[in-house]
Design a protein around this ligand. Structure first.
Ligand SMILES: [Zn+2]
Length: 238
């Protein structure tokens, strides 16, 4: 039995042969109907004027589409996350944020002293909000806005970054992978944001993917439950 790859090669070869024979007859290699007129500055024309124009239009459309695909930028993602992590004014203030291991833990803009002691110390040492602002932004950029995350669209990337901040690195990616699976993608739910996951996410309808991601995140929170559930669900549904 022939493999799919072999079949594809055979089809490809016969197509090339057919095209060459059309051109030899002075016919367009795309439509096989119109004759190919000599063009100025082109030695061997292979397309008729109509097909040449069609190809040009399709190429223009492809380029426009590529330009429209807005890849994520840090400012958009960071604004979204900070609005969730530091929503009680004044911004960049030091607030109590007890954890299981440290009941006296503090936080600045969601950066917990027990979870990120070194980074917290540096930000805590900066006295004013004006001094703290760039340090906080720098923390989120280095910790969460990875080169991989930046390859997703803004609506997906900002919600993924928010989930990673709140649920931990890897947990958010798993939600994204589940949402991709629900939309028909083939991939492994391993929590790693690699080229396959990025390609799968970008191939999905972005509105549908956002809706699926929100639903998966809400379901994960509901499975945990607890007193913070309403707040978490509201955040996940943004
Ligand atoms: Zn043609």
């Amino acid at each position: 039995m022939r493999t799919v790859e072999e079949k594809r090669e055979t089809v490809q070869a016969s197509l090339l042969k057919r095209r060459a024979s059309l051109v030899k007859q002075g016919l367009c290699r795309d439509c096989g109907l119109n004759s190919i007129a000599a063009q100025v500055g082109k030695r061997r024309p292979t397309l008729c004027a109509t097909c040449r124009a069609d190809r040009r239009d399709r190429e223009i459309e492809r380029r426009q589409k590529r330009r429209r695909l807005d890849v994520a930028d840090f400012a958009t993602c960071y604004d979204f996350v900070l609005a969730n992590e530091d929503y009680t004014p004044p911004r960049y203030a030091t607030v109590p944020d007890p954890t299981r291991s440290d009941p006296l833990a503090l936080a600045i803009s969601g950066i917990n002293s027990a979870e990120f002691p070194e980074q917290f110390e540096v930000i805590f040492a900066a006295a004013t909000p004006v001094e703290r602002a760039p340090l906080v932004a720098d923390f989120y950029r280095k910790t969460y806005f990875t080169a991989e995350l930046a390859q997703l669209s803004n609506p997906v990337a900002m919600r993924l970054m928010d989930a990673e901040v709140n649920e931990g690195t890897g947990a958010g990616v798993k939600l994204l992978q589940k949402a991709c699976l629900a939309l028909g993608a083939t991939l492994e739910v391993d929590g790693a944001l690699g080229p396959l996951t990025i390609a799968a996410a970008n191939a999905c309808d972005q509105d549908a993917l956002v809706a699926g991601f929100k639903a998966a995140r809400v379901a994960a929170y509901e499975a945990i439950g607890g007193p913070d559930l309403p707040e978490w669900v509201a955040r996940a549904d943004k």
